[in-house]
Design a protein around this ligand. Structure first.
Ligand SMILES: C[S@@+](CC[C@H](N)C(=O)[O-])C[C@H]1O[C@@H](n2cnc3c(N)ncnc32)[C@H](O)[C@@H]1O
Length: 409
């Protein structure tokens, strides 16, 4: 019997296997990208009324999977009148200015600062009496400490000023998929009567960085959702990597393989040699770091923890990942595939939605999934927070919801 975790064939599906959305549970997806927020929450009974992204390639990728209207424009040019009234608005906004690689310019940076346009839209919707009941924001964990907390403090305060009670959690995708992807979620509910004066619960998803933010901002309306312990990951790298034949042209030739060995991090080379000598049969991931210690050379770093590094958009050398296969006393190297990146984000696996259509071009697929969200991580956050409150909304049919949940369990 095939394992439920083995990858399903990609690029074939017409039916997505999602249940019919529950009447009343609607969302608008900003910064939609390839649509993985949609992928995470539609199976929980939510219906997307409108999506927005300003990258035509992402919009094309989104359209392959969803019939939701998606507006291909800068969010700043999206008139508020065109935004439907919905229960929820989501924003996995650009992380460039919040990460090390982007220079950590902060929440007012040219790219990440676009979140203010999102909040401006929410403010205008509120003025019109049609603010979403919930907001979900997602970004890199670096946001927690950026500029000694100034960015996150400002963001949380601004959301609270719009009438929302807020929660803040940090979740690494490694609990769901074999990828390190440490992310922050701001969960906001437009009901400040839910705010508590309790201490923030001390648990894995609210470790010291999150606790410090709470302590600094105790005057904000905090709401603490009752999250369970993070799950133990069931998926291994072998469940997401494709078994290419030995003679596949995507494996590097002799010359490039020698280059790899010559540029391996110095203490990784003996470890890899030992694996080969021991007759190991396994696959590892590697990244290439440039200009290390001032040298104009590239260094390959192997991971020995059975994980892939955080996927990124393949813009520079250090954002590309490689698969290193050790078998029959040989080492083969190749670039990670778009389909593997999709699976590392939790899509196109048999235990999620097997028929997710990924972009046909390899480059486009790597690009689309590099800055997408991790589906099971988002779903876990969502179903333990917003979903629990939404179940109590008067216009939600709970029997429909439990059916939807059962179908994705
Ligand atoms: C972190 S990615 C979101 C990924 C998405 N959630 C997914 O799963 O694919 C940020 C997205 O914001 C889009 N974006 C950046 N600036 C924008 C702007 N000014 N207006 C609209 N979309 C923008 C990018 O094209 C990108 O797809």
């Amino acid at each position: 019997m095939p394992s439920p975790l083995t990858p399903a064939p990609l690029g074939t599906g017409a039916t997505r296997g999602f249940s019919a959305p529950s009447p009343g549970l609607t969302f608008v997806e900003f910064f939609a990208g390839v649509g993985l927020i949609h992928e995470a929450i539609a199976p929980l009974g939510w219906s997307c009324l409108l999506a927005n992204d300003n990258d035509p390639r992402k919009v094309a990728a989104y359209k392959r999977n969803y019939s939701t209207p998606i507006v291909d424009c800068d969010i700043r040019d999206l008139p508020v009148e065109e935004i439907p009234t919905a229960t929820l608005a989501t924003a996995s906004f650009p992380c460039i200015d919040l990460s090390q690689a982007g220079g950590r310019r902060g929440i007012n940076g040219e790219h990440s600062g676009i979140v203010w346009s999102f909040l401006d839209h929410i403010a205008q919707l509120a003025e019109q009496g049609r603010a979403p009941q919930f907001i979900l924001l997602e970004n890199v964990a670096g946001l927690l400490t950026l500029h000694e907390g100034a960015s996150i403090d400002l963001l949380l305060r601004s959301i609270a000023d719009l009438g929302y009670a807020i929660d803040l959690v940090q979740v690494d995708a490694r609990h769901f998929v074999p990828q390190t992807r440490n992310r922050v979620f701001i969960i906001a509910v437009r009901d400040q009567s839910m705010a508590t004066s309790d201490q923030m619960p001390d648990m894995h998803i609210r470790r010291y960085k999150v606790q410090h933010i709470f302590q600094r901002n105790r005057d904000l309306p905090w709401v603490f959702f009752d999250f369970p312990e993070l799950p133990t990951r069931r998926l291994e790298l072998r469940d997401v990597l494709v078994e290419l034949p030995e003679d596949d042209s995507r494996w590097w030739n002799e010359e490039r393989t020698r280059y790899f060995w010559d540029h391996l991090e110095h203490d990784h080379r003996p470890k890899l040699e030992a694996m080969v000598a021991a007759g190991a049969d396994l696959q590892l991931t590697a990244v290439r770091r440039g200009r290390r210690r001032g040298l104009r050379e590239q260094i390959f770093n192997l991971r020995f923890d059975g994980l892939a590094s955080c996927l990124r958009t393949p813009k520079g050398g250090s954002s590309i990942q490689f698969v290193v296969r050790v078998r029959n006393g040989e080492v083969q190297i190749r670039r990670i595939l778009g389909s593997e990146s999709a699976r590392l984000q939790g899509v196109a696996l048999k235990n999620s939605s097997p028929n997710f259509l990924i972009p046909e071009s390899e480059q486009e697929a790597l690009f689309a999934f590099g800055d997408a969200v991790c589906v099971p991580a988002v779903r876990w956050v969502f179903e333990n927070s917003i979903q629990t409150v939404a179940m109590g909304l008067p216009n939600v049919s709970t029997s429909q919801l439990s059916l939807d949940l059962a179908s994705v369990a």
